[in-house]
Design a protein around this ligand. Structure first.
Ligand code: HEM
Ligand code: HEM
Length: 218
């Protein structure tokens, strides 16, 4: 067990966070180039990571919990009007943006499971999707555009806080240090996040294994 001062973002969240840009970059490349097997496996890992982050929002460390950082519309409007005292963790707008980013990643992966390129590459649930498969394939493309847009906004927001407002956000997400947090709250144990990760992987493997396959034609 580590000792105080504890990080503002616990290890599981930092790991999951930095996995997103690396894996999404790989997904872009493999999706465009048609490296189907790599695309599928990396896609599964992103589904599991995003689902784990969502569950971690209920059972994770103090700053990673949705109850800590998801605020009502009045607080968000007050924040936008400058009526907000800078605190550790996500600000009221950043909190919602974070949730949206994770949901977009999850939706990208989930729609991928049903996607087919109508030639040689299809997700393991494409046959299950039946007539919905083409709609979900379309969504896989549309969601990708939305996800790219949100990532651009995210990077602009981080750059603004980091370099204009001089808040060391990147250091916070990288090493857990935050100038406005003294590190007095102990993080949730890492094994708990690993247990969620294993449970999510098992669930996804089960769904894929149970999905009906298209009949083979000879
Ligand atoms: C490209 C894909 C990316 C995605 C999908 C993504 C997603 C996210 C998410 C979901 C969070 C919230 C963390 C949580 O509560 O779990 C977050 C926070 C953060 N991200 Fe990213 N991120 C990406 C790239 C980056 C990059 C390249 C940087 C650095 C330049 C970065 C810097 C940060 C920082 C500093 C925070 C903390 C913000 C705060 O303190 O409120 N992100 N990101
Ligand atoms: C978060 C995870 C994922 C990301 C970021 C992602 C991203 C992409 C991208 C960028 C493309 C290229 C086409 C385009 O520009 O829209 C693509 C195509 C495709 N993806 Fe994914 N994908 C993900 C998960 C998956 C999964 C899990 C599967 C299935 C196992 C899958 C199956 C496909 C298929 C079949 C295509 C080809 C569609 C076509 O050419 O019409 N994807 N994906």
């Amino acid at each position: 067990m580590s000792s105080p001062p504890w990080p503002v973002w616990d290890r599981p969240v930092r790991f999951m966070h930095w996995y997103f840009p690396v894996a999404l970059g790989f997904m872009w490349w493999s999706g465009e180039q048609g490296y189907t097997l790599w695309h599928s496996w990396c896609g599964y890992s992103l589904i599991v990571t995003a689902a784990t982050r969502l569950l971690w929002g209920f059972i994770g460390s103090y700053h990673t919990r949705f109850s800590t950082f998801l605020k009502g519309p009045k607080v968000v409007v007050d924040y936008l009007r400058g009526r907000w005292e800078v605190k550790s963790g996500h600000n009221p707008l950043g909190g919602w943006a974070s949730l949206l980013l994770v949901c977009l990643v999850l939706n990208q992966g989930a729609t991928g499971l049903f996607t087919s390129d109508d030639i040689s590459f299809e997700g393991p649930l494409a046959y299950w999707g039946g007539q919905w498969s083409s709609t979900l394939s379309e969504l896989h493309h549309l969601n990708w555009v939305a996800l790219q847009g949100m990532v651009v906004l995210h990077l602009l927001a981080v750059a603004f806080h980091q370099w204009v407002r001089k808040e060391p956000m990147i250091q916070g997400m990288w090493r857990g240090q935050s100038s406005n947090y003294q590190g007095e709250v102990a993080p949730a144990p890492v094994w708990k996040a690993l247990a969620v990760l294993v449970a999510m992987s098992t669930l996804l493997s089960g769904v894929i294994a149970l999905a009906p396959q298209a009949p083979a034609y000879y």
